[in-house]
Each structure stands twice: as C-alpha cells, then as structure tokens.
Ligand binder design. Sequence first.
Ligand code: HEC
Ligand code: HEC
Ligand code: HEC
Length: 135
Amino acid sequence: MYDGGKIIAGIIIFLAFALFPFYSNIGKADIKPPKPSLDTPVIKALKVKKCVEPEQYMRESHMQLLIKWRDSALRHAKRVYVNSNGEEYVISLQKTCLRCHSNRSEFCDRCHKYADVDPYCWDCHFSKAKQEEQR
Ligand code: HEC
Ligand code: HEC
Ligand code: HEC
C-alpha cells in the first residue's frame, strides 16, 4: 500500500527546495548599510542636533562640499563658510567636521568601508591632527 520511505524522502526533498531561499540567505542578513554613529561628546552636547547642511544633502554631497571647502580655503583664502541658513562655520576638516564627528572610525570610515571608497585625505589631515594633539 503505502511506501513510507518514499513519502518521507519526498517530503524531505520538497522541504529542501521550498526552504532554499531562507537558508541560502543565512549569513547575508547583515549586509545592510551601517547607521553612522552620532555618539560623540560634542554632538551629545548640541541643543539642536544638526550638521552644517541638511542631513540629506550631507549624506549625498559631503564630498563636493569638502572639495568646495578646500578650494575656498586654499585658492581664495576664505575660511568661513556660510550655510544655506546663513549660519557661519570655520572651514576646517579637523576643527569643524571632526570636532563634531570625532568618532571618525565609526562614522566616516565605517560608511566608506561599506561603500568601498577610500578617501586619501587622511594621508595628510589625520597626521596633522595628531601633531595638534601633541602640542
Ligand atoms: C598631500 C597632502 C594632502 C592631502 C592628501 C589632502 N590635503 Fe587637504 N590640505 C592639505 C594642506 C597642507 C592644507 C592647508 C592647511 C591650512 O592651510 O590650513 C589643506 C587644507 C584643506 C582644507 C581647508 C583647511 C582645513 O584645515 O581643513 C580642506 C577642507 C581640505 N584640505 C580638504 C581635503 C580633502 C577633502 C581631502 C581628500 C579628498 C584632502 N584635503 C587631501 C594637505 C592635503
Ligand atoms: C555642529 C556639529 C557638526 C559639524 C560641525 C558637522 N557635522 Fe555632520 N552631522 C552632525 C549631526 C548632528 C548629524 C546628524 C543629523 C543631521 O544631519 O541633521 C550629521 C550628519 C552628517 C552626515 C550624514 C550621516 C548620515 O546618517 O547619513 C554626514 C555625511 C556628515 N554629517 C558629514 C560631515 C562633514 C563632512 C562635516 C564637515 C564639512 C560635518 N559633518 C560637520 C553634526 C555635525
Ligand atoms: C552615510 C555614509 C557616509 C558617511 C557617514 C561619510 N561618508 Fe564620505 N563618502 C560616502 C560615500 C558613499 C562616498 C562616495 C561617493 C561617490 O563616489 O560619489 C564618500 C566619499 C567621500 C569623499 C570623496 C572621496 C573620493 O575619493 O571621491 C570624501 C573626501 C569623504 N567622503 C569624506 C568624509 C568625511 C570626512 C566623513 C566624516 C566626517 C564622511 N565622509 C562620512 C559616504 C559617507
């Protein structure tokens, strides 16, 4: 009448195919963009938690902004940036961006690692920061 062995084998084969999408995803579940950490003493102390420009703009265009800053400081000797709200910031990677985002490895680096970009800026700028700390 019934062939128990074949039915069980059939069920196992069926389950193996039906569940494939689930177990083939094991281990891939965490490939999500990292949430950049804002947990720094300076940001915690801010009354209004905001960046130099709106968050969306910063997320998408901070690279262009930094290049603009560099050109402004070095080519035009202009070291004050006026943002879209008319607020002023000193143009400095170290003294402005990294004063708030002092957790560079959890903030800048983590996101760059995820996005697979490796800004060469730190070759010069980070060692400069270390020297400043020593003074
Ligand atoms: C070869 C070394 C070097 C590299 C690489 C470099 N910089 Fe600079 N950068 C300098 C020097 C030197 C200054 C002038 C410092 C001053 O006059 O305050 C400067 C100034 C700046 C300034 C304005 C002042 C300040 O202190 O922040 C910005 C902004 C800046 N760089 C951004 C960048 C960015 C963004 C990158 C990467 C895309 C980068 N730099 C890569 C050497 C470098
Ligand atoms: C006064 C403190 C402060 C300064 C200065 C500052 N930031 Fe921010 N930044 C923040 C805060 C707070 C947020 C999150 C909330 C927001 O953007 O409104 C943020 C968000 C960002 C984001 C988006 C993160 C995300 O979740 O996608 C980037 C990128 C960023 N900042 C880069 C920079 C760069 C580059 C500079 C220098 C040009 C800079 N920040 C200067 C406080 C600061
Ligand atoms: C939310 C994620 C995120 C955070 C946080 C972030 N970046 Fe970026 N950054 C990117 C991405 C993505 C790119 C590449 C964009 C592209 O190629 O168009 C990039 C590119 C750059 C570049 C240009 C590099 C190149 O070779 O073109 C610079 C400079 C830079 N980031 C500086 C910073 C600094 C400084 C911080 C921390 C204060 C920071 N970023 C934080 C995502 C981030």
